[in-house]
Design a protein around this ligand. Structure first.
Ligand code: ADP
Length: 334
């Protein structure tokens, strides 16, 4: 006999799904539904369907896209499925292609240009010029590597749910490692790590944790001006027992309140003084949020653009390793 794990199928569906009781209260919402409305699962599941979807309509506009609403009933609940029409899927696909091709073409053109210049006039260039050109080629190659890693990570996270290797990791050692990589890329910035002495180890996948920290530190430096300071504070969370809090704090351009929920979306790049100058694909925070949530954690952001250099603080909470049983449960419930 085939056992069907209905909840697992719903949870990983490519449609947003909510199951509703006879009184319109939501009893279940899948990951996609919660991320569409940028809300935590517990929050969605404490609300009514009317708070999210219009009554008696078969489409709904969410952010930039129109979703078709399909209803299905069983003997217990009514299920609402939100799916994108073919035209909307085409739009997402073409937005994706144009972002990716732009992001690939720009560094490649620059690498080829500098290599051509060096080949054509190698004898006329002095040592400093050659060093400068090689540095640009290296920087642009790093940009390509980061984009390809992010793209692979997005497609992997959509197909694979279980390639996480959990172990007890020391946050201080891991953050220092990530900081060293980023320091190298932003030599004029000041990086500081403040770790409370009693901080617990994390229960997390080491590579994924590195990817999270590198993306957050890279953003903190990228969206700050030269000589900007980036501070990472690590402590046991005061809000959530058995969780470790990691705050990445910068004094850069900040984020407007109306853009706060958009920054975690796929390919979202928000205009600011530095986005035009800086490189990026809008995938970093989407991946970061995804990885943190898969490891049983949460991410929050506080930011302001009111005062110059008021900056942003990204806080992540991840389960502590010493409470393995409890942490395991958090992960199993995911
Ligand atoms: P990318 O940096 O490649 O554009 P991300 O997904 O990492 O993509 O970030 C999405 C957007 O969020 C950025 O385009 C930027 O506008 C904003 N952002 C992210 N981190 C910061 C930060 N520390 N300070 C200000 N803005 C930020």
């Amino acid at each position: 006999m085939i056992e069907i794990d209905f909840k697992n199928i719903l949870e990983n569906s490519t449609q947003a799904v909510a199951a509703v009781n006879f009184d319109d209260s939501i009893v279940y919402a899948n990951k996609y539904f919660c991320s569409l409305f940028s809300m935590a699962k517990e929050e969605v599941e404490s609300k009514c369907l009317g708070d999210f979807l219009p009554k008696d309509k078969d489409t709904v506009q969410i952010k930039d896209y129109t979703y078709k609403i399909t209803k299905f009933e069983d003997e217990y609940y009514t299920y609402f499925y939100l799916s994108l029409s073919d035209t909307q899927m085409e739009k997402i696909y073409s937005d994706f292609i144009s972002t990716v091709s732009h992001e690939l073409r720009t560094p490649l053109t620059s690498i080829r240009g500098f290599a051509d210049t060096m080949l054509a006039s190698f004898d006329k260039l002095d040592k400093n010029q050659i060093q400068k050109f090689l540095n640009i080629i290296k920087e642009q190659s790093n940009r390509l590597i980061k984009l390809v890693e992010n793209l692979l990570s997005v497609s992997r996270s959509q197909v694979e749910q279980s390639n996480f290797v959990y172990k007890s990791i020391n946050p201080k050692i891991q953050i220092e490692k990530a900081m060293d990589i980023i320091k190298n890329q932003y030599p004029s910035h000041v990086f500081e790590l403040k770790c409370s002495s009693d901080v617990q180890n994390l229960l997390a996948d080491e590579n994924k944790f590195q990817q999270i920290m590198i993306n957050l530190l890279d953003n903190a430096a990228k969206y700050s001006y030269d000589r900007g300071s980036v501070t990472v504070r690590v402590s046991n969370s005061a809000q959530k027992e058995n969780f470790v809090s990691i705050k990445v704090e910068d004094h850069g351009v900040g984020i407007d309140p109306e853009n706060m929920s958009k920054i975690f979306e796929k390919f979202a790049r928000i205009e600011n003084h530095l986005t035009r100058k800086t490189q990026g694909s809008g995938l970093g925070l989407y991946i970061v949020k995804n990885l943190i949530e898969k490891m049983g954690g949460q991410i929050f952001v506080e930011s302001s653009t009111v005062l110059p250099n008021s900056g942003s603080t990204f806080e992540i909470l991840l389960p502590a390793a010493s409470y393995t049983n409890q942490s395991k449960k958090v992960l199993e419930d995911k």
